[in-house]
Design a protein around this ligand. Structure first.
Ligand code: PHB
Length: 252
């Protein structure tokens, strides 16, 4: 890709434009995008115009632009999250109906837990996650599962830090985190009381695909103090259903 005078490629600039959109900043003017993406106004206007012409961005009546449905279509139709999400919806609905708290599915993505599906009840408790949101691996129940069953290089990278605290209870000590990962592997689930939010306990189990590798974490966000065992039993049923749908036939 051709480089600009500042040395970044057109792909870098395109990514910065797309990354300037967030879950709370869904519509922006080309000038705002340029400022946030660190682009000269003329480049920002040209790139935004090209993206609008291809449908990757859409223009509002008031000249602001948002992520286009075409981008959603291209990103969704062949992503690995799609198959997983489709297989997971039935098992997740069952877990959510029985536990009646946020039920979510996360995958490992660039050393973070990325949430690809979430089912909630109107009166479920608080939740720091959303679909297409991320949480640090060391700080959430889903992340701890993905980390505990991830490869050694990933574990060492994460353990080397920095390990940021989301609450006073997030594990940020390397030795304590190593012990926690061993516990997650031994128990086959991760319990994260107050790690993300002082009022919530995350509870997650690993989900294996046809290769036998852990492909996802299935989790619920319980209100602090809620009994864990009934929710864990439901998660285990959901996990087995999902693993069967993904073609997991048991470890050799
Ligand atoms: C967790 O997975 O540990 C978790 C996620 C979201 C919350 C609380 C806990 O709001």
């Amino acid at each position: 890709m051709p480089n600009s005078p500042s040395g970044d490629s057109s792909t870098d600039r395109l990514i910065r434009v797309l990354e300037s959109f967030t879950s709370t900043r869904t519509a922006q003017t080309a000038a705002e995008i340029g400022r946030r993406a660190g682009l000269p106004a003329s480049s920002a206007h040209r790139i935004v115009g090209e993206l609008v012409a291809t449908g990757l961005l859409e223009r509002d009546d008031d000249r602001r632009v948002r992520i286009g449905m075409r981008l959603w279509e291209l990103a969704t139709r062949s992503s690995r999250a799609l198959r997983l999400r489709q297989a997971a919806l039935g098992p997740m609905e069952r877990v959510q109906r029985r536990v009646r708290e946020h039920t979510q599915l996360a995958i490992l993505e660039q050393d973070e837990a990325l949430f690809v599906e979430q089912l909630s009840d109107p009166d479920s408790g608080s939740n720091a996650t959303r679909v297409a949101g991320r949480l640090p691996l060391h700080a959430s129940s889903s992340g701890l599962v993905l980390l505990a069953f991830g490869d050694r290089a990933l574990q060492e990278r994460v353990l080397a830090g920095p390990l940021s605290a989301l609450t006073g209870e997030t594990l940020v000590d390397q030795a304590a985190l190593r012990r926690k990962l061993a516990e997650v592997r031994a128990l086959g689930h991760a319990l994260a009381p107050g790690f993300v939010d002082a009022d919530a306990t995350g509870l997650a189990v690993p989900v294996r695909d046809e290769t036998g590798a852990v492909a996802a974490a299935l989790s619920v966000v319980l209100r602090r103090g809620m009994p864990v065992e009934p929710a864990l039993a439901e998660l285990r049923v959901g996990k087995l259903e999902l693993e069967r749908a993904l073609g997991f036939r048991g470890r050799a």
